[in-house]
Design a binder for this molecule. Sequence first.
Ligand code: PLP
Length: 461
Amino acid sequence: PPRNSTAARDVASVLHPYTELKSHLTKGPVVIARGEGVRVWDDQGKDYIESVAGLWCAALGFSNERLVEAATAQMRRLPFYHAFTAKSYEPLIDLSEMLLERAPPSVDGAPMSKVFFANSGSEANDSAVKMVWYYNNAVGRPRKKKIIARLKGYHGVTVAAASLTGLPNNHRLFDLPIAGVLHTMTPHHYHGAEPGESEEDFATRCAEELEALILREDPETVAAMFAEPIMGAGGVILPPATYFEKIQAVLRKYDVLLVADEVICGFGRTGNYWGSQTYGIQPDILTCAKALSASFLPISAVMVNDRVFQGLAEGSSQVGTFGHGFTYSGHPVSAAVAIETLRIYDEMNLVEHAATVGAHMQAGLRERFAEHPLVGEVRGTGLIAGVELVEDKAARRNFDPARKLGARLMALGEQNGVILRAMPGDSIGFSPPLVITEAEVDEMLDRFGRALDALAVEIRR
Ligand code: PLP
C-alpha cells in the first residue's frame, strides 16, 4: 500500500482477526468507510452489497436512526450499570422479558426461564459451558461433564468455545480442544451420505454415531451437546430431514442437555424467529448474539430453562454466589439497542419478510448457479445459503485447498461490488441483512454471478 495511506497505516498497526497475517503485510486491507442499507462503501467511494451482513449479523443493514437514538438516550440516562450482587436496571429487565416471550419452547414444551447476558457469541457459549458444569455439580453429578459438539460446527474462539468449534484451524497451534470436549460427525448429506442413502437414513446414522460416542464415553460422564440449527461458518450446512428429532431422542435417553447455538440463526435468519423452530429443536439452553442488537453494539444472551436455572440456584447457594459474569454483562446501552431492535423486528414483520425474500433468494441461487460448472451444491433456507464450489461435480470432489479459490472468488467479488464470505471447502455463504429487498437480492446475485464467471474463466486458462 502507498506510504501514509490509510491502508499503510493499517498494515503498520493492526493485527487482523481471521486474516493471513503475512500476506496482509503486502496486500493491505479494504478500508470500509460508511454504510447504508445493505451496502457499504470503501474509502475510495466504491460500493459493495454485503452478502453476509458483515459477519452474518447486521440484520437491519448498515444504518438505522432509531437505534442511534435508543443508544444515545440510554447513554444520557444511565451509560453504565451492572447486574452483579443483585443490582438491576430497567433495560436489563425489559430485554430479559422480551427474550423469554419470544423464546422457543424448551424441553417438553416448557418455557425458557431466565436470561444471562454477555457480549459476544463466544462468551455466551463459554458461559453456557460453565452453566452445564455448574448445574451438574450442584445436582450431585460432578462426573457428568463432557460436552459433545460437531465437526465443522462453529461456536466461537475463546478457549471453551474454540474447543467446541469443530474446525481444525481453531485447534491447531492453540493446544485445543480442552479435555472433555468431543466431536461427532458433520450432518452434511451431500458429502457424508453413502450412494443412494436418503436424508432420513443418513440422519439415523448420525444419531447412531452420537449414541455410540455417548456409550463409549459412559453416559454418566456426558453432560451436554452444542449444536447450531444450521451450521454457519462451517459452510452453511443444513441438517438432513429428521436429524434433530433423532438426535434429541438420543440426548433425552442419556439425560444429556441440548444447547442450541442460535448466534446466526436467531431472529429470523431461517425464515422463523429461531432456527430451533425451523428444525423442531427444544433446547435446554439457547445462546444468541449478532442480530440480537442488529450488531449496532455487542451483546449476547444465554437463556436457560427452569430445570437448569434451579440447578444453578442450588449451586450458588452451596458456594455463596453464581461465580460468573462480565463487567459488561447486559450493558445498559447495548440492552437498550437490543430492545429497540426487537421492537423494530416486530413492527416490520421482519421474520415474515425474511421468509418471503429468502424464498426469492433460494430460488434465484438455484436457478442461476446450481448448474454452473464450478458449483457442486446450492443449499439453504430463509435468508441463509451456501454455494459450494467443486472440481468434480459427479464425484462431489472439492478443489485442492492450496489453490485458495474461495479467497480468489472473494477478491473477484470485491472487484464486482459484492462482499462475499468463503469458508473452508470453498463454500460461499450468503446471509445478507434481513431487510434486503428482492431487487437487492437480484443485484447481489448478478454481482456474485459476474465474479463466479470470472473465476471460471481464470480456472480454464
Ligand atoms: N456461534 C456461532 C454459530 C457463530 O456463528 C459465531 C460467530 O460467527 C459465534 C458463536 C461466536 O460469536 P462471536 O464471534 O461473537 O464470539
